[in-house]
Structure formats: structure tokens, C-alpha cells
Design a protein around this ligand. Structure first.
Ligand SMILES: Nc1ncnc2c1ncn2[C@@H]1O[C@H](COP(=O)(O)OP(=O)(O)OP(=O)(O)O)[C@@H](O)[C@H]1O
Length: 320
């Protein structure tokens, strides 16, 4: 069995009456890039705090690299690099000086720190800007310096919480590519928390859809729509026209459609219908329409995809 870098079992966190994380079970394999995808307030940051051992858990267990985060937070901190939305730097220091400061905090010997800082700055594309004061860095450069900050500790796991906030589309693309490259090159496990479906789609091997503290679906992006809309995964839209042979009223036709096995819901408005069903009903529905003496003006099948997930759960943020 593949080695697990993150293992969460039945994790629950309450703030008073409010359940912020509700019985979450999730695991991420070593070297995998996992997307924790959910709208604002879903409980992503709370989950991350528990992973880092920075907030108490109410029940369940959480392990990072096999270490219990709630009991041994300092040991976990040594293995994990955490990049929050906005990293605080000393603006009057250069990129290099900021990194050396972090190295010192992490007890990395000075000589090694110099060497590693230079290597890390090159890895994140800040080699040329290393002696520039951070005050003059763009938002994208600050985020890359944040990544360098995380990498200098040589972590086994990186946790990124909405790291692309405020970056322009090109900056986002470059930043995400950098994460993929680093993860693949160094075998680092990545947990990427975001409410941007399209970013997660670009970056992650596997994704968990997290809404109101609960994991609704988990797997490869391609299988998520199927899991989320599995009850009524098929929608048929069509229009009928009365002919001389019409034997049923529209209301009766709609009732007959509803009675067909597999059909969950029928909406008939004027001569247009929308049918939600568990399986593809296009053939039996068209047969019923024709046998009832109606003409079938149009019939189209709709399959749920990523855009539907986006509209159902994340539409409040229209950023791509
Ligand atoms: N310290 C706290 N005290 C009380 N409630 C909190 C606290 N922290 C978070 N919450 C609540 O818990 C829920 C989950 O919040 P959390 O910040 O984990 O969500 P999120 O998915 O990270 O969203 P966002 O991206 O907006 O930060 C929210 O309803 C939030 O209001």
C-alpha cells in the first residue's frame, strides 16, 4: 500500500454550536498533489490548523508523516511547510535576507543556510531579485518568496492555503506550474486549499470537495461530477408539438413520463419539458412522445461536468 503523508480520520471541530469540520476522513499519499476545494467558510482553514496542530480537535485523529499533530505539533512543524494566503516579510530586508532570517529561526547553520537560500531562490525564479528589498516585490514575487520560505526547511509536505489570491492570471499559471514542478522533482506531498475549481483542476492529482464542514466527494477531477450528481446524473430537455393523432393532454404525458422507471422528476411548461433521471432515458422518452401522437420537436441530453460543480458550489467567486 502507498505510504500516507496525511491521514485524517473522523476529524471534528466545533466553535460553540457551530460544527466547522464534521467527521472528516481523508488521506493523501506521499508525493501526491491533493486539492481541498470548497467555498468560503467550508472549513478548509480550520482543517489546516488541525493538521498543523495549531488548534485543538474535538474528536477524531490527524496524522502528518505518521505523526499525531494534536500530540506532537513541533515534530509535525519540522516536516511541514505552510504557506498562508499572505506571508509577512520584513519589507526593508532583501529576499535573501528574509530567507536567511527564516533559516536562522529554523536552526539551519549559517553556511548551509547561505547555500540553500541561493538554491531555493533560483528554484522559485527569484535569483535576479534576491538583493532587492521585498518592499519593491510584486505580489507574485512575494508569493514565490513565500514558497522559498517554505522550501528552505526541506519539508516533506507543503500546505498551501489560497496562495494565489491577488495574482494576475499569468502569475497564477506560473505559480501553479512551479508547485507541480517542485512536487514532482522533490517528491513533496502538496495539500492545496482553494475555492478556485479551475486552479485546482490545473494542479491537483486528486480533489476533495468540501462544503459546510463535510466532504461531499473525493477523487480524480474527472469522477467528481459523476459522484456529486449521481442521483440524477442525466437531464433531458425537449419540446413536443401536438398533431392530429395526439391522444394525451400535456399533463397526462408528463404524468406518464414521471411513471417511467428511472425518471426522478419531470417539469412540463407549455410544450417544453425537462426530465431528471438516474439513467439515459432519451430512447424510451422519445418513444413515449411519438406513441402518444405528439411530434418531437427537439431533444437534447445534458451531462453534468465541472461547470455544474462550479455553479452549484463556487459561483459566488467568478474568478478563473
Ligand atoms: N475562531 C473561530 N471562532 C468561531 N468560528 C470560527 C472560527 N474560525 C472559523 N470559524 C467558522 O468556522 C467555519 C469554517 O471556517 P474556515 O475559516 O475554516 O473556512 P474556510 O473554508 O477556510 O473559508 P475561508 O476560505 O473563507 O477562510 C466558518 O463558518 C467560520 O465562520
Amino acid at each position: 500500500m502507498a505510504e500516507k503523508s496525511i491521514e485524517i480520520i473522523g476529524l471534528t471541530k466545533r466553535y460553540g454550536e457551530h460544527v466547522a469540520v464534521d467527521n472528516l476522513t481523508l488521506s493523501v499519499e506521499k508525493g501526491e498533489i491533493f486539492g481541498l476545494l470548497g467555498p468560503n467558510g467550508a472549513g478548509k482553514s480550520t482543517t489546516i490548523l488541525m493538521l498543523l496542530g495549531l488548534t485543538e480537535i474535538d474528536s477524531g485523529s490527524v496524522k502528518v508523516c505518521g505523526i499525531d499533530s494534536s500530540r506532537y505539533p513541533l515534530e509535525v512543524k519540522r516536516k511541514v511547510g505552510y504557506l498562508p494566503e499572505d506571508v509577512g516579510f520584513y519589507n526593508d530586508y532583501t529576499g535573501m535576507q528574509n530567507l536567511l532570517y527564516v533559516a536562522r529561526l529554523n536552526n539551519i547553520p549559517m553556511e548551509e543556510a547561505q547555500k540553500t537560500a541561493l538554491e531555493t531562490l533560483a528554484e522559485v525564479g527569484l535569483e535576479e531579485a534576491k538583493d532587492k528589498k521585498v518592499a519593491g516585490y510584486s505580489r507574485g514575487m512575494r508569493q514565490r518568496l513565500g514558497l522559498a520560505d517554505v522550501l528552505i526547511k526541506k519539508p516533506e509536505v507543503i500546505i498551501l492555503d489560497e496562495p494565489t489570491l491577488g495574482l494576475d492570471p499569468e502569475g497564477v499559471k506560473k505559480f501553479l506550474q512551479l508547485i507541480v514542478d517542485l512536487s514532482r522533482k522533490k517528491g513533496i506531498t502538496v495539500l492545496f486549499s482553494s475555492h478556485h475549481l479551475h486552479q485546482v483542476q490545473q494542479l491537483c492529482d486528486r480533489v476533495g470537495i468540501f462544503v459546510k464542514g463535510k466532504l461531499l466527494a473525493e477523487g480524480k477531477i474527472s469522477s467528481l461530477a459523476e459522484q456529486l450528481f449521481s442521483k440524477n446524473a442525466h437531464t433531458l430537455e425537449g419540446a413536443v408539438a401536438e398533431t392530429e393523432e395526439t391522444s394525451l393532454s400535456l399533463k397526462e404525458l408528463a404524468r406518464k413520463m414521471e411513471q417511467m422507471e428511472g425518471v426522478a422528476q419531470v417539469e412540463m411548461r407549455d410544450k417544453r419539458f425537462v426530465i431528471a433521471s438516474k439513467k439515459d432515458m432519451s430512447v424510451p422518452i422519445s418513444r413515449l412522445v411519438v406513441n402518444s401522437g405528439y411530434g418531437l420537436h427537439s431533444l437534447s441530453k445534458k451531462e453534468y461536468g465541472l461547470d455544474d460543480i462550479y455553479h452549484q458550489y463556487f459561483q459566488e467567486e467568478k474568478q478563473i
